[in-house]
Design a protein around this ligand. Structure first.
Ligand SMILES: Nc1ncnc2c1ncn2[C@@H]1O[C@H](COP(=O)(O)OP(=O)(O)OP(=O)(O)O)[C@@H](O)[C@H]1O
Ligand SMILES: [Mg+2]
Length: 305
């Protein structure tokens, strides 16, 4: 890696470090932004001049390592990868599933919707296909050249995204929410798929529900929405009827995808879940694991207010 590349990486790291460093970040004025830019430029210059010192070594180790997604493992688990060998029908179905989400996030559908670029994928009960849908959606969107996706494993009690992708699992969301000198730049993982970044769930924590409803989590979601408005942020979540965490998370996002396992989840449970989401602006129902060959395996029904 050339000196200039290292310097640019360092500057980018600094930018991510400044993320959510203060409660007032979202109120940065244009004047302050200029000051911030100047400061980053200054750091770049210092970094290049400092080429031979220990400082460089320290900063070089801070260069984010790229997480390599284990595509073969992912394919063996049945996920819909961008590979040409992947099921073309499933790829097409995810194209159809992501369109309304993108329109609600960035198109005319976003008008009047707070945090429209934040999407929670949830379900009524375990095993309906949240993680399956979350990863497939994220891959399908990141596969579009001009789109960026941040995938967050917010199913902190039963995390599975890192294992499925074959990437590191900690530190993650929980460590960040605990505070204690864990920066945003410490938990966001770049991957070898351009446009796809991951925040793993992190370690198990007995007060994870409190952490997910903490001020730090509220600030994180606010800033993910305001500082990265061009990026789609997709959260994998716990099921709604098993614990309160899913409901808490639903209150922090602009769109909710409620995965429903076809021919299995009773209507009463779906209605109970919908009842927990009445305060959400946009709720899309995703019918998953349909067996019939006459219709798509996945499909949306919408629930609006
Ligand atoms: N559309 C689908 N086609 C084929 N297999 C699927 C589909 N959706 C989910 N599965 C499989 O069903 C199982 C459960 O899916 P998944 O782990 O995504 O559910 P989940 O809702 O995240 O469960 P949990 O609540 O335990 O986290 C997995 O083995 C997954 O690969
Ligand atoms: Mg899951």
């Amino acid at each position: 890696m050339s000196t200039i590349e290292r310097a640019l990486n360092k500057a980018k790291n600094e930018d991510e470090k400044s993320f959510i460093s203060s409660d007032l970040t979202s109120q940065i004025t244009d004047e302050n932004r200029n000051l911030e830019n100047n400061s980053v430029n200054f750091q770049k210059t210092m970094f290049v001049k400092d080429d031979t010192t220990d400082n460089l070594k320290k900063n070089t180790t801070e260069t984010p390592e790229i997480q390599h997604i284990d595509w073969d493992h992912l394919a063996s688990l049945g996920f819909v990868t961008p590979s040409k060998n992947s099921d073309a029908t499933a790829q097409e179905e995810y194209r159809n599933i992501k369109r309304p989400l993108l329109n609600n996030a960035f198109g005319v559908g976003s008008i009047g919707i707070n945090r429209s670029n934040l999407i929670l994928v949830t379900s009524s009960v375990p095993g309906e296909g949240k993680t399956y849908s979350t990863i497939n959606l994220a891959l399908s969107i990141a596969n579009e050249r001009d789109k960026k996706v941040l995938l967050i494993d917010a199913d902190v009690a039963r995390p599975s995204i890192s294992k499925a992708l074959g990437i590191k699992s900690s530190p993650g969301l929980i460590e960040y929410l605990e505070g204690q000198a864990v920066d945003f730049s410490d938990i966001i993982l770049k991957t070898n798929m351009p446009g796809l970044s991951i925040i793993p769930a992190g370690k198990q924590h007995k007060h994870s529900t409190e952490l997910l409803s903490s001020n730090r989590m509220i600030q994180l979601t606010e800033q993910l929405s305001s500082r990265y408005p061009d990026r789609l942020v997709i959260f994998d979540s716990p099921p709604l009827l098993a614990a309160t965490q899913g409901e808490v998370l639903a209150g922090l996002v602009g769109q909710v995808v409620l995965v429903v396992e076809a021919e299995k989840t009773p209507q009463s449970m779906v209605m109970a879940s919908v009842g927990k989401l009445v305060f959400c602006d946009i709720v899309l129902l995703l019918l998953n694991k349909t067996k019939t060959t006459e219709v798509n395996h996945y499909g949306y029904g919408t629930y609006g207010h």
